[in-house]
Design a protein around this ligand. Structure first.
Ligand code: CA
Length: 360
């Protein structure tokens, strides 16, 4: 290309950019202050610090142009009202766990975790490459929301129990806090499962309103002091093998942002998703040591007999969930195909490696 031609082309591009800038809506210019409600206590390790980190990343990347103010659970709205607050525009964004909205659609469960579902990396694979994000956007758009992955706890613990769980009979009548479809598995095994926001678990355990509760893992559970109200700590967290946490945004607010601002938000969410996974991986081990050595917590594994029954029940719960409506069926089909894909590769990669690492 001649010099003149190149200059002409560049000039054209520059004119185009300038025209696009001028055409941007007036409200997309200047500083934006966005309210983010969360389902977590203020600055709770991992869960509550992730939205703060996101706000910090976004402030830095936009040079202060987007300023996100975080509200802890109960500050602006109750934890479980966060989705409605964003859907109706009371708040601009939420940070929470999608399975808290399962009353709106059963399909939401799949975007956090389902019993005997995906690990963190398997969830990433589905969301980013297996069609998960597209289905999520279709689902959330029905409520005028768009949501993204923005944290992951990795494999959780099975929970805290005030008695040993030696057989399936021990679940009968057990009052346990377990949200999502894991709670439904517990109900089918005879337990009375409830979903409570994190901040309400400790007082409920202490008063005896509930006998058992799952929350996350050693790092988060110790922060709430569950070792003071229950002695037995069970693994594994079959109900949340890689809980994905999310940030949702009111769709009108999202559409009012410039393309660069949207790209910055996407990057901040993706960065925090990766960051939290490594943080949980690192900090759970140290917290587990403190729980067992200092606080004398008794760590137990669910027996193979219990895990077998839980797995059979989980499969039934997922199939029944998918049978509820056509959209949930579509999500389950996509989820299952991606999980099967990950498991096929995982058997020869992570699973094979972990097994051999242990054996020598
Ligand atoms: Ca949990």
């Amino acid at each position: 290309m001649s010099k003149l031609g190149r200059r002409k082309l560049l000039g054209g591009l520059l004119t185009g950019t300038a025209a696009a800038t001028v055409a941007a809506p007036a409200y997309a210019k200047g500083k934006r202050r966005l309210k983010m409600v969360t389902t977590w206590p203020k600055n709770f390790p991992g869960l509550g610090t992730a939205p703060e980190n996101i706000a910090k990343r976004v402030r830095e990347m936009t040079d202060g142009e987007i300023d996100i103010k975080i509200y802890a659970a109960g500050e602006l709205v109750g934890a479980f009202d966060s989705f409605d607050a964003v859907s109706t525009g009371t708040a601009d964004m939420y940070n929470g766990a999608e399975y808290y909205w399962q009353g709106k659609s059963t399909a939401f469960n799949f975007f956090t975790a389902v019993p005997f579902g995906m690990t963190a990396q398997e969830l990433n694979a589905w969301i980013n490459f297996g069609g998960g994000q597209q289905l999520w956007e279709q689902l959330s758009a029905k409520f005028n929301v768009i949501a993204f992955q923005s944290a992951n706890t990795g494999v959780q613990m099975g929970g805290w129990f005030n008695k040993e769980i030696n057989s399936l009979d021990d679940f009968k009548g057990l009052k346990i806090r377990m949200p999502g479809l894991g709670g439904e598995v517990m109900r089918r095994l005879g337990a009375a499962a409830v979903s409570l926001p994190g901040g309400e678990i400790f007082p409920s355990m202490k008063s005896g309103a509930i006998d058992a509760s799952e929350w996350v893992g050693p790092w988060n559970d110790m922060a709430f002091g569950f070792h003071q109200v229950a002695k037995f700590y069970y693994c594994p967290g079959f109900h949340e093998p890689g809980a994905g946490l999310s940030t949702g945004i009111n769709l009108d607010v999202w559409n009012s942002l410039t393309k660069p601002q949207q790209a910055i938000l996407r990057s901040a969410f993706a960065a925090e998703n990766n960051f939290t996974m490594s943080e949980y991986n690192y900090k759970n081990a140290a917290a587990l040591d403190t729980l067992t050595k200092k606080h004398k917590v008794q760590v137990r594994s669910f027996s193979p007999e219990i895990m077998k029954a839980v797995k059979i029940t989980s499969t039934k719960v997922l199939e029944d969930a998918a049978a509820k409506d056509a959209f949930t069926a579509k999500v389950y089909k996509s989820f299952k195909a991606s999980l099967d894909n990950s498991m096929r590769w995982g058997e020869l990669s992570e699973e094979a490696y972990m097994k051999s690492r242990r054996s020598v």
